[in-house]
Ligand binder design. Structure first.
Ligand code: ADP
Ligand code: MG
Length: 449
């Protein structure tokens, strides 16, 4: 090749670089070699592209430094390609045979490396060469991890959005129907006292309608359609109020311990929703320890000096109140770790699990501007950690403001005219009956027009 410095000997490597591009490398020939005759495998050692030379059956014959770096210790001579990577969707030998016979439709494939310390995806293209008599294959690898994880993130967010829309739509209609059912049932209960033969049936209807409403509430929380009522909260107070209930939830075999950072900072969140999140996490921890154990809830204020990159999200730097819910239960296998937040993902039997607990928690935490992560080791236990941004510019210790306003007792009987506007017919029918029972004259309208 002629350059400004005169003629130079170079080694030219041309490699498919994905996306229909070809990369051309001009490399200095190896020391002391005569490039015209000595183009052995050695010349590829310094090529900045991972290369593996394979025999026709898929055994590794040679590899260069970049390949060793990408594949780690598992890459040895005589190893088989199928020990190094997986996830083709058909047998690796078939793929090799097809390449050797020139039957390949697709030039390259995406595979996952089997190394367990890191999750790495590679794009592999096989190129047939003849090495003396024996045909052989050169596998050109390209790290495609980032591409894969972007794709996975995209698919996941689309899935969550679709399910959210569906759940939100159904839940909204359901909520209206349930309001009407439990409302009418309340009216019936007013007219039947305890001695009445129908009383216990009515109570059953009422209780089940309430349970259904709680379930619908979870769906709404997941689809983030519900309105949050954020207030300034201290996590310690919230937990203190909840301890009694949590202790009852966990039962006798499981103990619950709480520990708090002495200087807890305030956050802004909807108290009822936050309680729901904690309850869901605690119930899961209990379920993971059928033989009993300990659930530890730890709250802390922590400062992130750097943004925290985790599970494909980035938590901005700043101060956070973190809540950890730790158990020493069954743990969650690695491949399920991200699935647990998906709605309807459950490993429990029908009737015991809905698969909505964690997706609800996820929805609420996200809507509050927080983050939720999970760590787990099978057989050792699980730890969920929540990050809530500290509400800055507030005194560090919030006094417990009493927010409840004294309820004024409703008058037993009233008169007057009420214009009732409600677009849902069943809800309107119930509300107007209830108001009439109180003695009001009710004018009903479907809309304000
Ligand atoms: N603390 C935990 N320990 C072990 N597995 C857990 C834990 N929390 C959640 N899981 C797993 O995640 C799944 C989903 O949890 P969740 O959304 O609350 O639904 P559900 O509890 O109704 O199954 C559970 O079925 C369980 O397999
Ligand atoms: Mg649950």
């Amino acid at each position: 090749m002629t350059t400004a410095a005169g003629n130079r000997q170079v080694l030219v490597g041309e490699i498919e670089a994905g996306a229909n591009r070809r990369a051309i490398y001009l490399l200095p020939p190896p020391e002391g070699a005569n490039p015209a005759t000595d183009l052995g495998w050695e010349s590829f050692q310094d090529l900045p592209v991972p290369l593996i030379k394979l025999g026709p059956d898929g055994t590794v014959l040679a590899f260069n430094r970049m390949a060793a770096k990408l594949l780690g210790v598992s890459l040895r001579r005589k190893a088989h390609l199928s020990q190094l990577m997986e996830g083709l969707g058909r047998s690796i030998s078939d793929w090799l045979d097809d390449s050797l016979a020139g039957r390949l439709v697709q030039k390259s494939e995406f595979l996952r490396l089997t190394r367990t310390d890191q999750e790495i995806f590679v794009q592999v293209s096989l190129n047939r060469i003849s090495d003396g008599e024996e045909p052989a294959l050169i596998a050109v690898l390209q790290d495609a991890t980032e591409l894969k994880s972007l794709e996975a993130q995209f698919v996941q967010s689309q899935k969550m959005q679709a399910i959210g829309q569906l759940a939100g739509g159904v839940a909204h209609d359901f909520n209206n129907l349930l309001t009407a059912i439990s409302g009418h049932c309340d009216l019936l209960l007013l007219r039947h006292d305890q001695g009445d033969p129908d009383f216990s049936d009515l109570v059953q209807i009422n209780q089940n309608a309430n349970r259904a409403a709680a379930l619908v509430g979870q769906l709404l929380a997941f689809s983030r359609k519900q309105t949050l009522r954020p207030e300034t909260l201290n996590m310690r107070d919230t937990l203190a109020d909840l301890t009694h209930l949590l202790n009852r939830l966990v039962g006798e075999k499981v103990t619950l311990t709480l520990s708090h950072d002495p200087v807890l900072a305030p956050i802004r969140a909807d108290k009822r929703q936050l309680e729901q999140v904690l309850m869901n996490l605690v119930v899961n921890a209990r379920d993971a320890m059928p033989a009993g154990g300990e659930i530890r809830i730890v709250t802390e204020v922590s400062t992130l000096e750097q943004p925290l990159e985790r599970d494909r999200v980035s938590v901005p730097a700043g101060r956070y109140v973190t809540v950890q819910v730790n158990d020493d239960g069954t743990g969650i296998p690695r491949d399920r770790l991200q699935k647990v937040f998906e709605p309807f993902f459950t490993t429990k039997r029908t009737g015991e699990g809905t698969g909505l607990g964690l997706s609800t928690a996820y929805g609420i935490v996200k809507q509050t501007g927080g983050f939720i992560f999970v760590d787990s080791e099978v057989g050792r236990g699980t730890s969920f950690i929540l990050y809530f941004p500290v509400l800055e510019g507030q005194p560090t210790t919030v006094s417990r403001a009493s927010v409840s306003q004294p309820e004024e007792g409703l008058p037993q009987r009233s008169d007057g005219v009420i214009l009732l506007v409600e677009d849902e017919a069943p809800v309107r029918a119930f509300a107007s009956r209830a108001l009439r029972l109180r003695g009001y004259t009710v004018l009903e309208a479907e809309s304000a027009e």
